[in-house]
Design a protein around this ligand. Structure first.
Ligand code: NAD
Ligand code: DAU
Length: 338
């Protein structure tokens, strides 16, 4: 089995690469990644992979690159799993173009390679955000209509539709996974949990959007990756599978817990200007993966959050180099100048 893991140097992708190397040692792994601000080869340092052979640096929105990459394999890969994306909603508000190029065109380029090869499974890593926003009640099922709110989620929904079209029109063997908010080690500091943890460690303000009442469903990346492996091996062709942590929390509850754990107080919390188009609530109905694959989340939010905060405390050498030029510019633009 030869698996291409696009976006394997990012947060979830690198956790997935580690899981595959550990659980499927016979598989040949090729990681493809452009190493954008969010991609870091150091995330794969402890995988034992020979990166000189198992890593290809390149941009999936560059079809020439994708064509050359696939042309270089003696046989088409059995599986292409696509984690590669611009993934931060706030950045998609500041500058949507990269989201269209990577999340739509990039996904299409990979999908086309699988179609033209005439074999192999294409697995698209999508998100609950494609369904839009929930009120205080209800959950998203796989049949909930797509209704995205941000340029990020619109680009992810677009890719999902292309995947569906390639399955229906060309018979490409596809699976789409849609997951709720991930947390865990190696998450880029721009996202809620690492941002609040690192800011608290540095004595900086903790910027909570609006009143902090928006709700997200949190899942540990390890649980998500275990689900993706199941979807690759056991998912039915053409299907969509929802994954979620069954752990809904208002943002302020999380920020208070992090503040308590890191500083022992809540003085640093600030309520700031809301995100435009801010989805109110996400919640996933995971009946389908539970029934078809026997999957359910194993890491409780209490344990997972505690371990994650500890991980950031113990891995300053991972995040300190990231908090440099590009990140500081984004931070200033988003938090201080809009
Ligand atoms: P991330 O931003 O941490 O990582 C994205 C990776 O993709 C990086 O390594 C980056 O270098 C790479 N990349 C970006 N543009 C590329 C391009 N044009 N060509 C090649 N590589 C490129 O993202 P993440 O949080 O790990 O998310 C991974 C995937 O999972 C995304 O598709 C995202 O939409 C989806 N997802 C994320 C979450 C979440 O909570 N983080 C939840 C559900 C689904
Ligand atoms: O739901 C899955 C999605 O989860 C993924 O598809 C995205 O790639 C991922 O980034 C994440 O999107 P969110 O927008 O939900 O995650 P984020 O960590 O940016 O924000 C979580 C919540 O916290 C959201 O309601 C906005 C709020 N927030 C976030 C930041 C960064 C704040 O209040 N303050 C902040 O500084």
């Amino acid at each position: 089995m030869h698996i291409i893991i696009a976006g394997g140097c990012g947060f979830i992708g690198s956790n997935f690469v580690k899981m595959v190397v550990a659980k499927r040692p016979a598989w040949r792994v090729t990681v493809v990644d452009a190493l954008t601000y969010a991609g870091n080869l150091a995330n794969l340092a402890d995988t034992g992979l020979d990166l000189a052979h198992a890593f290809a640096k390149g941009n999936i929105s560059d079809n020439g690159f994708v064509e050359r990459l696939f042309g270089g394999f003696p046989e088409p890969p059995e599986c292409v799993v696509n984690f590669a994306a611009e993934s931060h909603v706030d950045r998609s508000i500041l500058g949507p173009r990269a989201f269209i190029e990577t999340n739509i065109l990039g996904a299409f380029n990979l999908l086309e390679r699988v179609r033209l090869a005439g074999r192999g499974r294409f697995v698209q890593i999508s998100t609950d955000e494609v369904y839009g926003s929930l009120g205080d009640e209800g959950k998203f099922t796989e049949l909930t209509p797509l209704d995205p709110s941000s340029p990020y989620s619109a680009s992810k929904a677009s890719a999902d539709l292309l995947v569906q079209a390639h399955h229906r029109t060309f018979g490409v063997d596809t699976v789409i996974t849609r997951c709720s908010n991930n947390y865990g080690p190696y998450q880029f500091p721009e996202k809620l949990i690492p941002l609040m943890t690192i800011n608290a460690m540095q004595g900086k303000e903790l910027p909570v959007y609006g009143a902090g009442r928006n709700v997200r469903d949190w899942i540990h990346a390890e649980d998500h990756c275990r689900g993706i492996l199941m979807a690759i091996e056991r998912g039915r062709s053409g299907e969509v599978y929802n994954f979620g942590g069954e752990s809904e929390m208002a943002n302020i509850q999380i920020v208070e817990r992090i503040a308590d754990a890191v500083t022992g107080g809540r003085d640093l919390i600030r309520f700031v200007k809301d995100r435009p188009g801010h989805d109110w609530r996400y919640a996933m109905d995971i009946t389908k993966v539970r029934d078809e694959m026997g999957w359910s989340p194993a890491v409780t939010f209490d344990d997972g959050l505690r371990a994650t905060v500890e991980w950031y405390k113990e891995h300053r050498n991972w995040w300190q180099p990231i908090l440099t030029g590009e990140y500081l510019t984004f931070y200033d633009q988003w938090y201080n100048n809009r």
